[in-house]
Design a protein around this ligand. Structure first.
Ligand code: AMP
Ligand code: MG
Length: 419
């Protein structure tokens, strides 16, 4: 009789000790307090940073009623018949207001952005008038207020224009500039150290021996971290040995706010990683009911947060987007926007077993009838990194889903919504 006892594996459909994604995210969120510390910087340098103050408008934008068109500024109550003629008594350019009065029966020529004289309430487009020397003829009554941009219609004095916790996008730079504000407070940059673990890994420039592979995770991690505008500290490849691993973790914990590793957290090699982490800090190993990316280690080493991501290249990206991104955003004091999801028809058959939430890689496309649809990238193995490059979205499949026939409705998360 054999005394073989199978170990838990990712082939098991059910696992009682597993965490679902929301619970894992919540456990992480519960342990995070946003970093104290901010810096004042010129607004151009604030792009992609997180605001650490409310921006309150010191003025009305626009500061005065102005014209949205090149045309003529009139008093609409003057127009009592169709056609109707008015006398042009002056001209206003953007930045050069008309200085006189506009009496009844009169109008001025006005350019886009020019101040609308206080007696006028409506702009008529130049294309809609007939001009004879100093007289213009209007053939139909324009609606009152047409083509006038009103004082404060964009921003009102005293209004909160952008709230603390917002990640600054290009339009925000323009908005802040439109208020005449030169500098803003942003949260300090996070410092994130990362390294790969694995005896089989080589860095670019080294030659590969049999069974060895190039380390790709440090590059995808670099890219994803850069998009979050953090300072990165790439610590290279660390072999599967206790002493170098201990030293790398210690160095990282002294230099960084967050440490991210990839590999070495699955059953095969977790034991000594576990031992190192138990010695240096408080780290939990979780099995998450998701695919790809089941194993995840999370905790603290000294003052640094620690994320031990799985080694498979796609798993690294999925676990980074689902767990690390929200955690880093929270640390930076960023308000947490929901990732965008949309429901579309999937034109491929989807293969899936119930038990775990899946992030399959998909391609959103527009079919010949102009409908947005999704298809899969094909092979969904957690080592197939080209599936991420070929994809432009994740197809989200909940735990219970037992596969889907072609032309089912699915929820997708476009990559553009992941930042
Ligand atoms: P592990 O989680 O360490 O057992 O690794 C799982 C799989 O991912 C193995 O096939 C590893 O060779 C591969 N892998 C681990 N780390 C990396 C890396 N940094 N770059 C590319 N593949 C990796
Ligand atoms: Mg490994």
């Amino acid at each position: 009789m054999s005394d073989f006892i199978p170990q838990p594996s990712c082939a098991d459909p059910e696992d009682k000790n597993r965490l679902n994604i929301a619970a894992a995210r919540q456990r992480i969120a519960d342990l995070i307090t946003p970093l104290a510390g901010w810096q004042r910087c010129p607004i151009r340098d604030a792009l992609d940073r997180v605001l650490a103050e409310d921006i309150i408008s010191p003025l009305n934008v626009p500061a005065h009623n102005n014209s949205a068109m090149d045309g003529y500024a009139i008093q609409s109550s003057d127009i009592t018949a169709e056609p109707f003629s008015l006398k042009q008594v002056g001209i206003a350019f953007a930045g050069q207001p008309f200085q006189g009065e506009v009496d009844s029966g009169e109008c001025i020529r006005i350019m886009t952005g020019a101040v609308v004289p206080k007696q006028c309430d409506t702009i008529i487009m130049q294309e809609q008038v007939e001009v004879n020397d100093d007289n213009i003829t209007i053939h139909s009554q324009p609606p009152k207020g047409e083509h006038v941009r009103y004082i404060g219609e964009d921003l009102k004095q005293g209004e909160i224009v952008l709230s603390s916790g917002r990640r600054i996008v290009p339009s925000d730079l323009g908005l802040i500039a439109s208020l005449g504000i030169a500098e803003v407070n942003v949260s300090r940059r996070l410092r994130v150290a990362f390294f790969s673990t694995g005896d089989e890994l080589k860095s670019i420039g080294e030659s590969l021996q049999a069974g060895q592979i190039y380390d790709s995770n440090r590059y995808t991690l670099f890219g994803m971290l850069k998009r979050l505008d953090v300072d990165v500290l790439d610590m290279g490849v660390i072999p599967d040995q206790k002493a170098p691993l201990r030293q790398a973790l210690l160095d990282a914990s002294q230099q960084a706010d967050v440490i991210i590793t990839s590999g070495g957290v699955s059953v095969g090699d977790a034991d000594y990683v576990k031992e190192m982490l138990a010695e240096l800090g408080q780290v939990d190993f979780w099995k998450i009911a998701m695919r790809p990316g089941r194993p995840l280690a999370f905790g603290q080493i000294d003052n640094a947060l620690f994320f031990g991501l799985p080694g498979n290249p796609v798993s690294v990206m999925v676990t980074f987007y689902q767990f690390v991104t929200p955690a880093l955003r929270q640390l930076m004091g960023e308000a947490q926007p929901e990732a965008t999801t949309i429901q579309v028809t999937c034109t491929d058959t989807i293969r899936k077993r119930p038990g775990r939430f899946e992030y399959q890689r998909g391609i959103l496309y527009i079919d010949q009838n102009g409908q947005t649809k999704v298809k899969t990238t094909g092979g969904q193995g957690s080592g197939i990194l080209s599936s991420m490059s070929n994809a432009n979205c994740f197809i989200l499949l909940d735990e219970q889903c037992d596969g889907l026939p072609a032309n089912s409705q699915v929820n997708v998360q476009p990559f553009s919504g992941l930042i």
